[in-house]
Design a protein around this ligand. Structure first.
Ligand SMILES: Cc1cc2nc3c(=O)[nH]c(=O)nc-3n(C[C@H](O)[C@H](O)[C@H](O)COP(=O)(O)O)c2cc1C
Length: 204
């Protein structure tokens, strides 16, 4: 990458101290790093976030809302990783996203990872997150990883036991970083400007 480095921020939707969601997220971020991207994990244990009450000045009253917002705004790509909780994604992730909005999500590339205790593998959570990406005008990449029976998927160092799973996770990170780069590159911006200046009906 010869232009400004792309930043991919991974948000961990589990507060569990030995979280399998986090292990999966960190593996995916390795893929982003392989492309040259800078990465950062958001552990929501380290953010003192209130419940979203819909007020506009919440970031002024709660510094960690602004801290999260600033970090997300500084990124071009996001990976949202969540445990499956009762057939959807976790409440802590939903609240964090409710505290954010278009400023943090619009135009961003997003990759999704869902882990579950059962055999379905976080698919319901992934489908719900995909809808949220659409609502916030983000670009959710087609690659996603659903990890069933996550309690047996990682070794004691937190690495996926199965090579194929590791590859699928890193490929989510790679795809997010690559498309984030493409989307924010100088050439892409020049193309969009030229497109916007083009006659309404070229050749017509
Ligand atoms: C409140 C709660 C609800 C859950 N609901 C489901 C579920 O609907 N389906 C499922 O397969 N696993 C469910 N699980 C299991 C988690 O998805 C599983 O333990 C996952 O690995 C947790 O992620 P973590 O290790 O990052 O905390 C639930 C766990 C909790 C605590």
């Amino acid at each position: 990458m010869n232009e400004k480095k792309v930043k991919v921020v991974g948000i961990c939707g589990s507060l569990n101290k030995n979280s399998n969601t986090r292990k999966a997220l960190e593996t995916a971020l390795l893929g982003a790093q392989e492309t040259g991207a800078e990465t950062e994990v958001v552990d929501l244990n380290n953010y003192d976030l209130p419940f979203c009450d819909g007020s506009k000045d919440i970031g002024e009253r709660f510094p960690d809302v602004k801290r999260l917002s600033d970090l997300m705004k500084s990124s071009q790509g996001l990976i949202l990783a969540t445990p499956e909780y009762h057939g959807s994604f976790s409440g802590v992730l939903k609240n964090a996203m409710d505290l954010m909005g278009f400023d943090e999500f619009e135009g961003k590339m997003i990759g999704l990872i869902g882990v579950s205790g059962g055999s379905i593998g976080g698919l319901y959570a992934l489908n719900s997150l995909r809808l949220i990406g659409r609502a916030l005008h983000a670009w959710v990449v087609p690659e996603q990883v659903a990890i069933p029976e996550a309690w047996k998927a990682f070794d004691s160092d937190g690495k996926p036991k199965d090579e194929h799973l590791a590859k699928r996770l890193t490929s989510v990170g790679k795809t997010v970083a690559r498309f984030a780069f493409l989307h924010s590159s100088k050439q892409s911006k020049e193309f969009i400007e030229a497109w916007e200046e083009a006659p309404k009906n070229p050749g017509g």
